[in-house]
Design a binder for this molecule. Structure first.
Ligand code: ADP
Ligand code: MG
Length: 255
């Protein structure tokens, strides 16, 4: 088991955004969080990455407690995320975008990398090679030199994930990566996530597209008003009465 969450709770004013959340994520799994808008999915990501402090509970990676650590310390522990809204550097090239991800873990450091210091060139070369390999995985090696903003939206999404991969994460958190993608782009994204899993990467996935979630996730947690109403394999989720009630309404019709 890579990630263990117990009793995680977050209250904003009168709203309980996460209530007593518990889950365990095995290494090399895709674990999905689904549920309607406002269910508390992004809040859980913000708690894991240290952007929010919980009101209760524990989060451990490899048995190491994360609560109380600063976001940069959590990143250093190998936890990387992408955001619900794209956060690429549009004017920078496709390759440069991936390279910025690598400097999150590099010995060189981002500022130092801007300066003409001796001893950084070999590291730079290695990072560039790794970045090109990541672009190859998403079929963008030919686009390496063009500004990221000129890519079609679906490719920008893949690029954002490739950039996150450049930091060499152990756990990758993806917040609605298929938002705004057409069905072909969504299939391509799903293929990339499964490829990353086959390389041993562990992922937490927030996704509205239920078909994609059912296809790629090993386990799914369904959230509603901050509570986990069900957790299990895609097949278990699909036949859970509480999920059917929350998604389909009492009478079984789509709400
Ligand atoms: N920083 C915040 N301050 C106050 N309320 C917040 C904050 N972040 C989220 N919330 C509230 O917590 C609830 C869960 O939000 P969120 O985690 O973003 O849901 P989801 O990602 O499932 O759509 C919502 O009611 C939202 O308005
Ligand atoms: Mg959200």
């Amino acid at each position: 088991m890579l990630l263990k969450i117990e009793g995680l709770t977050k209250i904003f004013g009168g709203i309980t955004a996460a209530k007593d959340i518990c889950c365990q994520v095995n290494e090399g799994n895709i674990f999905a969080l689904i549920g309607p808008n406002g269910a508390g999915k992004t809040t859980i990501f913000n708690l894991i990455t240290g952007m929010l402090k919980p009101d209760g509970g524990t989060i451990a990676i490899d048995g190491k407690e994360l609560i109380g650590l600063k976001p940069y310390q959590i990143a250093a522990a190998g936890i990387t995320r992408t955001f619900q809204n794209l956060q690429l550097f549009g004017d920078m090239t496709v390759l440069e975008n991936v390279i910025t991800g690598a400097y999150l873990k590099g010995k060189t450091g981002f500022i130092k990398s801007m300066l003409p210091l001796p001893g950084k060139s070999r590291e730079d070369l290695r990072i560039k090679e790794e970045a090109r390999a990541l672009l190859k995985d998403i079929g963008l090696e030919k686009a390496a030199g063009i500004p990221a903003a000129t890519l079609p939206f679906g490719q920008q999404r893949l690029l954002e994930i490739a950039r996150a991969m450049a930091s060499g994460p152990r756990l990758l958190l993806l917040d609605e990566p298929a938002a705004g993608l057409n069905s072909m782009e969504t299939k391509e994204l799903a293929g990339y996530l499964m490829q990353l899993r086959s390389q041993g990467l562990t992922m937490l996935l927030i996704e509205h597209d239920v078909e994609t979630v059912m296809e790629v996730a090993d386990r799914i947690m369904v959230l509603n008003f901050g509570c986990a109403i069900c957790e299990g394999t895609p097949a278990e989720i699909q036949r859970d009465p509480a999920v059917i009630k929350a998604y389909l309404g009492e009478d079984g019709n789509v709400a």
